[in-house]
Design a protein around this ligand. Structure first.
Ligand code: MLT
Length: 235
């Protein structure tokens, strides 16, 4: 049985993948990254450090790696550092390009805010972009709860790691495994143009755009995304 290793985004935890447990016929591994959800913070300085953390907790010689947003950055680091460990790749609402100078500056400003005001500073700013305005209130409340479970230390470390992440564009043409790229049509954090560009650059990629979904397409439109993943895994 194949294993899918689900790597969550920022500032989230593995709880965001709860709806993906419905996907049958595969084993699911859903670790929390250090400093998020239930995982204690351990020294992390880069996206590569998260990739090494994930590779160390996955016992399987090979697995399909699925990354949501920041988790996608980690997946692309795994594709570069340990391609022999990957037999499939799922990129969810993410991008391969690094931060612009402006975005980097914003990360460091956010770090200062989190130090002064705590995790709610980043949660309040990001929550409206995670789901469409039409998402049920219960969904919005649950996503807020997941975001608030992040530790301030974990958030600061991740912001620094994302600000300094390398350009993964050169990795894409070398990805040899079947790849599924998924994006919410209303994602304003990593818009559909990012997904289209990645799907074009990866030799064996399939692109699925999900209507009535924003950044957390896997959560807001779990039925559509799960169907796409099932089809992809049954390839
Ligand atoms: C995420 O959802 O993981 C973040 O929005 C990614 C980012 O801020 O670049």
């Amino acid at each position: 049985m194949n294993t899918i290793v689900w790597i969550h985004g920022f500032p989230l935890s593995s709880a965001i993948f709860e709806p993906q447990r419905e996907i049958g016929g595969v084993r699911h591994l859903m670790p929390d990254l250090p400093g998020f959800g239930r995982a204690p913070a351990v020294p992390i300085r880069s996206i590569d450090d998260y990739a090494h953390f994930i590779l160390a907790v996955v016992e399987e010689r090979q697995a399909t790696y699925a990354g949501l947003s920041m988790g996608g950055y980690v997946c692309l680091a795994i594709a570069r550092l340990a391609p022999e460990r990957m037999n499939g790749l799922i990129l969810l609402d993410t991008r391969e390009t690094p931060d612009t100078e402006e975005a980097r500056k914003g990360r460091f400003e956010t770090i200062e805010k989190v130090r002064q005001q705590g995790v709610s500073a980043v949660v309040d700013a990001m929550l409206p972009k995670m789901l469409t305005a039409a998402a049920p209130q219960a969904m919005k409340d649950h996503v807020r709860e997941i975001m608030m479970s992040s530790s301030a230390e974990g958030v600061v470390v991740a912001l620094r790691a994302m600000a300094d992440r390398p350009d993964s564009s050169p990795v894409l043409p070398d990805i040899r495994v079947p790849t599924l790229v998924v994006v919410g049509e209303e994602d304003s954090i990593t818009p559909p143009a990012d997904a289209e560009r990645m799907a074009k650059a990866i030799p064996n990629a399939r692109l699925v755009k999900v209507a009535r979904a924003a950044h957390l397409a896997n959560y807001e439109r779990a039925g559509e995304v799960n169907r796409a993943v099932e089809e992809f895994m049954g390839r």
